[in-house]
Design a protein around this ligand. Structure first.
Ligand code: ZN
Length: 406
C-alpha cells in the first residue's frame, strides 16, 4: 500500500492533539513484543509517554483499532548517517551547504526515517547531530531518537595518548558512542588501518569514560584486532569469515552487518556519486563484488550460534526511509528467521545501545514506541516495509487507515 504524499499528510494525526496524560488504546490483530513473544487480539494501553498495560481479549473501546495489522516495537537502526544527502544539483554533497541547509537536509532524513517506522537511530556521526538530537528530544520536531558519535577516530587520530584525549573530549561534547575506523573502506579494499595500540587506546579509554564503541572493520584482521582491543561492536564486516564470526560471538561483541541497503543504494544512485572522492569506477567495482561477498557472509553470520547481530543499515544519501529493506534482505539472503530479524531491530538493538530498559520491547513501563505493519511479518517479512502507524514516546506521528479494498 503506497499512498500519495498529500493524502498521507491528511491522514496523519497531528502529534500535538494528544495531551500528555491522555490514555490511548491501540488494538491490533497481532502484537510482536520485540523479545520473541507474540500476542493475538491485543490492546496496548498508553498513558503519557509510557505503556501502562497490554490486554488480551479486551472489551474496551480502542482509540486506534488497527484491526488486521501487526504491531511491533518502534524499529531501531544502529547505523544511519542522517546528514548525508544529494544536493540541489542532484549529486552527493559532502556537507557543502550552509549550516542551515545542512541541518534541514538532516531533518528531512530524520522525518522520512521516522515515517518508515524507525523511532531510534544511531549516527556515526557528525557535528550537527548534536543540535538535531536535542531538537528532536524537545518533542515537537518529528524524527527518531538520535544517538551520535559526533566525530570519528581513525589511523590519523594520533598516538595512543592523543587518541585517549580525543575520547575524553568526545565525552565532554556529549557523544553517545565512539565511532572508530579500524579498516579502509570497501571501496579501497577494506584492509586494517589502525594499529592495535591505537585501537586499545580508543576502546580502552571509551570504556573508562562509560562510552560504547562501534568499529568500522571489513577484513578479518581488523575485526580481530578490534575485538582483542575490547571494542563493543563491529560494523560492516564484509570479509568476516567463520573464525572471526565465532570470535565475536564468543566475546559477546555485537555485529552489525549491512547487506540490504547501503551497497544497493550506491549502485542504484551511481550517477549521483560517481567522480566524487573514492566513488570512482574501481570503487564501484568493489561495491558490486561486495553484494556477493555480503550474501555469503550473512549466511555464515546467521548460522553462527550466539552471535549478537543487530540491525543497522549504514544509510547514506538516497537510502533514508528504506531502512527496513535491511531486515528483509537478512531474511531473504541470510535465511534469518523473521522473528530473529525483528528482535535484532528492536530489543537486541536497544540492548546494544544500553537502552533495553526503556525501548525496543513492548511491555509495561517501556516508552510507547510502536509501529503497525500492514501484514504479518512472520509470514511475509516485506510487511516491515509497509508501516501504517507510528507512535514514538506516546505521540502518534503517522496513521494510515487500513485500505477497504485490496
Ligand atoms: Zn557508516
Amino acid at each position: 500500500m503506497r499512498l500519495p504524499a498529500v493524502l498521507l499528510a491528511l491522514l496523519m494525526v497531528p502529534a500535538t492533539l494528544l495531551s500528555q496524560d491522555q490514555t490511548v488504546r491501540i488494538r491490533a490483530a497481532t502484537v510482536i513484543d520485540g523479545t520473541g513473544k507474540t500476542l493475538r487480539n491485543a490492546t496496548i494501553v498508553v498513558r503519557g509517554s509510557k505503556i501502562t498495560s497490554i490486554e488480551t481479549a479486551s472489551a474496551g473501546v480502542a482509540t486506534y483499532d488497527l484491526a488486521t495489522m501487526t504491531v511491533i516495537p518502534g524499529m531501531i537502526d544502529v547505523h544511519s548517517h542522517l546528514g548525508w544527502h544529494f544536493d540541489k544539483d542532484g549529486r552527493y554533497a559532502a556537507r557543502r551547504g550552509t549550516p542551515a541547509e545542512e541541518i534541514l537536509y538532516s531533518a528531512e532524513n530524520a522525518y522520512v526515517t521516522l515515517m518508515a517506522g524507525f523511532t531510534t537511530i544511531q549516527s556515526p556521526g557528525q557535528a550537527n547531530d548534536v543540535e538535531l538530537r536535542d531538537a528532536i528530544a524537545r518533542g515537537l520536531f518529528p524524527g527518531p531518537r538520535v544517538l551520535t558519535s559526533i566525530r570519528q577516530l581513525n589511523e590519523g587520530s594520533g598516538t595512543p595518548d592523543e587518541i585517549r584525549t580525543k575520547v575524553q573530549q568526545l565525552k565532554k561534547d556529549g557523544a553517545d558512542v565512539v565511532k572508530i575506523f579500524a579498516s579502509a573502506s570497501i571501496r579501497d579494499g577494506g584492509k586494517q588501518t589502525m594499529t592495535s595500540a591505537q585501537l586499545e587506546a580508543a576502546c580502552g579509554e571509551a570504556k573508562a569514560q562509560g562510552l560504547r564503541t562501534m568499529v568500522h572493520a571489513h577484513s578479518p584482521e581488523s575485526i580481530k584486532a578490534s575485538v582483542d582491543a575490547g571494542c563493543d561492536q563491529i560494523e560492516h564486516g564484509v570479509f568476516a569469515d567463520e573464525p572471526t564470526l565465532k570470535l565475536m560471538a564468543d566475546k559477546g561483541v555485537y555485529f552489525d552487518p549491512n547487506v540490504g541497503v547501503v551497497l544497493q543504494n550506491y549502485l542504484r544512485n551511481k550517477a549521483k556519486y560517481l567522480g566524487i572522492g573514492n566513488y570512482n569506477e574501481e570503487g564501484f567495482a568493489y561495491m558490486e563484488k561486495g553484494l556477493a561477498l555480503n550474501a555469503t557472509m550473512i549466511k555464515k553470520a546467521v548460522a553462527t550460534p550466539n552471535l549478537k547481530m543487530v540491525l543497522g543499515t549504514d544509510a547514506v544519501a538516497g537510502a533514508h526511509g528504506h531502512n527496513a529493506d535491511e531486515i528483509v534482505e537478512r531474511v531473504r539472503q541470510g535465511n534469518q528467521k523473521p522473528m530473529d530479524a525483528i528482535i535484532s531491530a528492536t530489543s537486541l538493538a536497544a540492548r546494544s545501545m544500553r537502552l533495553d530498559k526503556t525501548i525496543g520491547t513492548l511491555a509495561v513501563g517501556y516508552d510507547a514506541d510502536l509501529v503497525a505493519l500492514d501484514g504479518d511479518p512472520l509470514a511475509d517479512i516485506t510487511a516491515v516495509t509497509r508501516v501504517a502507524f507510528v507512535m514514538k514516546g506516546g505521540k502518534v506521528y503517522k496513521h494510515i487507515a487500513p485500505a477497504t479494498t485490496r
